[in-house]
Write a protein that binds this ligand. Structure first.
Ligand code: FMN
Length: 134
């Protein structure tokens, strides 16, 4: 399958902006479930109280347009894109329009932010078994 028609994904880390309402993460996830379903996107948002880390997968055009919307969102800042491109194989989050997990390991997300590309993806995947997502 060519990279134009196959599965694409992105992974980024960011920091929540100051003075966000306590409902901010719930609001993001609720709206994302609806929109991601419509765009055939699946993935996960991890939040450790300060940092976000998000992996989303789907058709190339949906992935690219969502990445642009998220980068322009003023509820977070310092968006560092670790990976954006084609990925091999099946979806990792089949059936999850957006899974949500709270990470207790603050340093784990910081660490991912120090890597790029497939190395960052691999590190992120290592974190997944330790996360209790819903
Ligand atoms: C950390 C973070 C993660 C987000 N993840 C998603 C997502 O997975 N899907 C989504 O539709 N919007 C997500 N958003 C919200 C988008 O940035 C944007 O507000 C939303 O897509 C609505 O865009 P619209 O008003 O153009 O429809 C996220 C925002 C933030 C701050």
């Amino acid at each position: 399958m060519s990279s134009n028609t196959g599965l694409h994904a992105f992974l980024y880390c960011s920091s929540i902006c100051p003075e966000q309402p306590v409902t901010v993460v719930g609001d993001i996830v609720k709206a994302a479930r609806e929109k991601n379903t419509a765009l055939s996107l699946t993935g996960i948002l991890v939040f450790d109280g300060q940092h976000f880390c998000q992996y989303l997968e789907g058709p190339s055009s949906s992935v690219s347009s969502m990445l642009q919307s998220i980068c322009e969102d003023h509820r977070h800042t310092d968006v560092m894109l670790q990976f954006h491109g084609p990925v091999d194989g099946e979806r990792q989050f089949k059936g999850w329009a957006i899974a949500y997990a709270q990470s207790e390991q603050e340093l784990a997300l910081d660490k991912i932010a120090n890597f790029e590309g497939r190395e960052a993806l691999a590190l992120f995947r290592q974190l997944l078994p330790n996360l209790d997502y819903c």
